[in-house]
Design a protein around this ligand. Structure first.
Ligand code: BTN
Length: 229
């Protein structure tokens, strides 16, 4: 699926690079440093040297737009588990280690393609105080080879995209729920109105299932953000 790699020392955002240049689907764009790294909901993504920041595009059905962030989070979690970490998935697009964010996934539509951007905190030693983030090095005390890591991740990503197109999101639902941060805990979901409920899991369309005062409610990805109560 991936045939070429463009590895940049510095770029505004790999996501914008792929979108502006309408890069072919087989090309992965990676950067050592991003000066305008972006996350969901217009947030910025801290992209200092030592992290792994990459984007690529793929042809994907419209119904996959909602589930792809979770499928990507699952693929990255599989890889991180294979090297000894125990990540949790924070619906809908983040991975956490020991209560702090270690990875974010951004999925955006570009005409008939979806552009996927992934940021992983790998070898950073510190983060600005206002960011609740951690890195693989902070957790493990080890330094990681980011080239080998990228190749390993791309294998897991490729396998997951094939599985999604052959079997749909149902093939991932259990894996997502097994790793779901705050599962069975009371949470607030900002829709942007706050909704309080017990996080039950995810639906077959990737939606978040909350048991609220009004019964079981499901929330699609959108302008939502989730917090523990
Ligand atoms: C989020 O947590 O909201 C998603 C963060 C996604 C960050 C990645 S880093 C590579 C790609 N380029 C960007 O500007 N953003 C994504």
């Amino acid at each position: 699926m991936f045939k070429s790699l463009i590895w940049l020392q510095e770029v505004g955002s790999t996501q914008d690079f792929v979108k502006e240049k309408d890069m072919p689907t087989e090309t992965v764009v990676v950067a050592n440093l991003q000066t305008r790294g972006r996350g969901r909901l217009g947030r910025s993504w801290h992209s200092s040297e030592g992290g792994l920041y990459f984007s690529f595009s793929l042809y994907c059905g419209f119904k996959d737009e909602d589930t792809l962030p979770l499928v990507m989070a699952c693929a990255i979690a599989d890889y991180l588990e294979s090297i000894g970490f125990v990540p949790a998935i924070k619906w809908v697009n983040d991975l956490y280690l020991r209560g702090k964010k270690v990875c974010g996934v951004l999925v955006e539509r570009l005409k008939d393609k979806l552009v996927v951007g992934i940021g992983i905190n790998v070898n950073q030693n510190t983060f600005p105080e206002e960011i609740e983030a951690t890195s693989l090095r902070i957790i493990s005390g080890k330094t990681f080879d980011r080239v080998g890591m990228l190749l390993g991740l791309l294998n897991h990503i490729q396998e997951s995209i094939c599985r999604l197109s052959n079997h749909g999101f149902s093939a991932f639902r259990h894996e997502v729920e097994r790793r779901l941060l705050f599962k069975d805990s009371e949470v607030i979901l900002y829709t942007p109105e706050p909704v309080v409920g017990i996080l039950q899991g995810v639906g077959l369309d990737g939606s978040l299932l909350l048991l609220t005062q009004d019964g079981l409610r499901s929330f699609r990805i959108g302008e939502l953000s989730l917090r523990a109560l």
